[in-house]
Each structure stands twice: as C-alpha cells, then as structure tokens.
Design a protein around this ligand. Structure first.
Ligand SMILES: *[C@@H]1O[C@H](CO)[C@@H](O)[C@H](O)[C@H]1NC(C)=O
Ligand SMILES: *[C@@H]1O[C@H](CO)[C@@H](O)[C@H](O)[C@H]1NC(C)=O
Length: 409
C-alpha cells in the first residue's frame, strides 16, 4: 500500500462497479466512481476512469491502466532499492531508504456480499516462517452461530475453516482452538464475553473477527505455547470505564510461543492490548522464542502494551498509534526489536527500552513529537521479505484497511 489516494479510492469505484453492470459506458468527462456513486464505472472507448477525489472519479481521455483490474500482481523483493508501481494512477514512486522492493498492481478483492475493497490480504512476517501458516486451508468449512457449535467446530487438529456468522456471546471461559484451524468472521461476526485460546497448538489463523469486552482472566485471543499463528484484520475493543484490570488482553502471547504475525487489526478503547511474555521470571521458557511481527495495526485510544515484549524478537512496522495514553512499544527483558516506519500521534512513552532492559532499532518512524528511549540492539534485518511502505502513507492506509469487513474471507 504505497499510495493512500489510490487505496482510498479503489473500493469506492469497485463498489460502484459491483452494483452496476448493464448501463451504457460513461462518456468523456462523466463521473465513473466515488464513495457514494452507484452509476456505471466503465468509460467509453479511449477514456479511462481517473481518481479526482474520494467522491468523484472522472472519465478522461487516455489509455492508462484503469481501476477496473481484478488481478492481483504481487510482490517481488530485492535488497537494494524500492520501486513502487501502481496501476490506478500514472505516478511512480521511487525511494532508496528501504531494503524491500514491492511492485503492486491495484489489488481488488470482491467479498461474498458483493462489496469490494483494495485492501491487502497477504500474510507477511514471522507467521510465514517456520514452514508457514495455512490454518485450515484444504479442510472443510462450517458456519456456526452458537457458542456450543463454535466450541465443537474449532476443537481438534483436523484441518478446518470455521466461519462465525454473528456475534456469539461467550460464557467467560476460553474457547480452545485446535491446530490447523482458521477462524473467520463473516462481516460483523465475532465474539463478546469470552475469547479464544490456542494452547500447545500450531498453524492457526484468526481473521475478520469482531472481538470485544472479555472480562479477566480471559483474553480475547491468547496464544500459549503455540507456533505459527496469524491474527489479521480483526477488531478488538472494550471500554475504559471499568479500570485497567477489568478486561483482559486483546492479543496476548506467552509461554514460549513463536512465529506469530499480528496484522491489519483495529485495536481501540482498551487498557492492556498485547502482552508478549507474561512474566519477568519466565525467561527459561521464553528466551529464544517470541518471534513476532506487528504490522499495519491501528492502535487508537489505548493504555499500553502495543506490544509489550519480553525476551523475544519483534518486528514492528507501519503501525499507526493514535491517542495512546500510557505507553506504546515496551521492549523489555532483553527483547530485540526492529521498529520501522510507524506513525505515532498524540501518544506518550512511544518507545521504552532502557527502563525495562530491552533493545530497539528504530528506523523511519514519525514519533509525533514524542521522545523514544533509545537502546540499539542486534535485530537490524528481518529474515523474510515484506512490503514496507513509506511512513507518509501509513495513516491513510491503516485507517482505511485495518479492522473487519475490509478483505474477502
Ligand atoms: C496439522 O495438519 C497436518 C497436515 O494435515 C498434520 O500432519 C498434522 O498432524 C496436523 N497437526 C496436528 C498438531 O495435528
Ligand atoms: C489525545 O489523547 C488523549 C488520551 O487518549 C485524548 O483524551 C485527547 O482528546 C487527545 N487529544 C487530541 C488533540 O486528539
């Protein structure tokens, strides 16, 4: 996601596209897209649909690539320079400060409900390592709407995709998810009053789930002694009305878990967000584990732990922190972190290192005027390819694409 404008605009046009198939093509200078537009989106021959603003796309003369592409051309990597090419406008951006190269055509996905977005849907980060994370791919799909059915459906290690069609009210106890499982929310599906746990498991995916208000001691998602978990495009929240210990964590990772990616989630209105490593005294089990990636998450109006990382190795890039009132990244107990191109706004304690004995290599961040605690460590290059976007595009892309109902599931 290298250009906020194209990203914002693409969904609107494609929404319009989905709603209209039979009209005559739009004449030169006519409207062909926009957030509330429902007319035809195909321009007459010789014209292309060009973004003007979020509410107005116009047919202009030319033969440049249009936004009606439905193919996803993806990423190549090289370690020398970065070139960004997008097809929804004519500009090309080249930068040289990054070690990752991304070539991305305008990505279009169409959801089962007929809506479309241009939001990215590809796994990156540590969940791609150690053999990768496929969840229940290849297994059967079952849709559930009750707590009892959910518990049954996610149990066991057989490959399976479990789709939640509504908000299921939990009973305060964890719902244990077995290995080789994908848990998906239909748009608006998820759980409240309880949470998921992966315990001594591997290969689990959580996507598009709306998860909120789980009183302690149950986290919304807990990953315990488990490997290869991807937490992507979910929404997590509670409220700030009940004190910081009333609800438990949103995404807590503990007991030597490893190879986890937490991406494109929207976390808001909560105190203790994501704790990696539950205790200063658990180094024997945790040291050498907790390889975690956090990217493109939208953190808004939260207390702390974004994340708090003990002992492990954290790659934290392209996240947007807004109105964080206690602390943001807390690298502690010897943890090594690489912190790239994040944006912090109206947030305090943006980066803690020396206070709690951790390390950080920050590159390209916009601290929003706050002062990070610096303590350079040894983690300087991530061991996988990834699409690092320019800091200037982060706010737009993250606020547009983080959370639920943004991708096809
Ligand atoms: C997960 O699935 C793989 C491949 O189907 C299988 O070999 C493995 O035993 C499963 N994992 C567990 C923990 O059962
Ligand atoms: C900054 O964040 C605080 C705490 O979340 C919030 O109360 C305040 O309204 C924010 N200020 C601005 C200017 O956004």
């Amino acid at each position: 996601m290298l250009n906020g404008k194209s990203l914002l605009a693409a969904p609107a046009v494609l929404l319009a596209l989905a709603a209209n198939v039979a009209n005559a093509d739009v004449a030169l200078y006519g409207q062909c897209g926009g957030l509330t537009y429902t007319g035809d989106t195909t321009c007459v021959s010789g014209a292309v649909c060009v973004y003007q603003n979020d509410y107005y796309w116009q047919c202009l003369a030319g033969t440049a690539a249009t936004t009606t592409t439905t193919s996803k051309t993806s990423t190549t990597t090289s370690k020398t320079s970065t070139t960004t090419t997008k097809t929804s406008s004519s500009s090309t951006t080249t930068k040289t400060s990054s070690s990752t190269t991304t070539t991305k055509a305008s990505t279009t996905t169409t959801t089962s409900s007929g809506t479309s977005t241009g939001c990215p849907s590809t796994m990156e980060g540590y969940a791609t390592t150690n053999g990768g994370t496929t969840g229940g791919a290849g297994g059967s799909t079952v849709t559930v709407s009750t707590l009892a059915d959910l518990r049954t459906a996610v149990a066991g290690t057989t490959a399976k995709i479990v789709r939640i069609s509504t908000i299921i009210t939990g009973d305060g106890e964890v719902v244990d998810v077995g290995s080789n499982t994908t848990v998906l929310g239909a748009c608006g599906g998820g759980m409240t009053g309880g949470g998921f746990r992966v315990k001594k498991g591997t290969n689990v995916i959580f996507r598009n789930l709306k998860l909120y208000k789980s009183p302690a001691p149950t986290d919304l998602i807990e990953i315990q002694a488990s490997t290869n978990v991807w937490v992507d495009h979910n929404e997590f929240y509670s409220d700030l009305d009940n004190g910081k210990d009333f609800y438990d964590g949103c995404t807590d990772i503990n007991h030597g878990s490893d190879y986890i990616t937490v991406s494109w989630n929207y976390y808001h209105d909560h105190y203790k967000t994501s704790l990696v490593g539950h205790s200063d005294n658990n180094g024997d089990e945790d040291t050498g584990h907790f390889h975690v990636t956090y990217h493109h998450n939208y953190f808004r109006n939260l207390g702390s732990r974004l994340p708090s990382l003990r002992f492990g190795t954290g790659h934290i890039y392209n996240n947007y922190y807004k109105d964080i009132f206690i602390s943001c990244i807390d690298s502690r107990d010897g943890a090594q972190t690489l912190i790239e191109n994040n944006v912090f706004e109206n947030s305090t304690q943006v980066l803690m290192t020396t206070t709690n004995g951790g390390y950080a290599n920050p590159v390209g961040n916009d601290w929003g005027g706050a002062t990070p605690e610096l303590n350079p460590g040894t983690f300087t290059t991530a061991p996988y390819s990834y699409s690092l976007e320019a800091t200037t595009g982060v706010v737009s892309d993250v606020t547009t694409c983080a959370g639920t109902c943004k991708i096809t599931v």
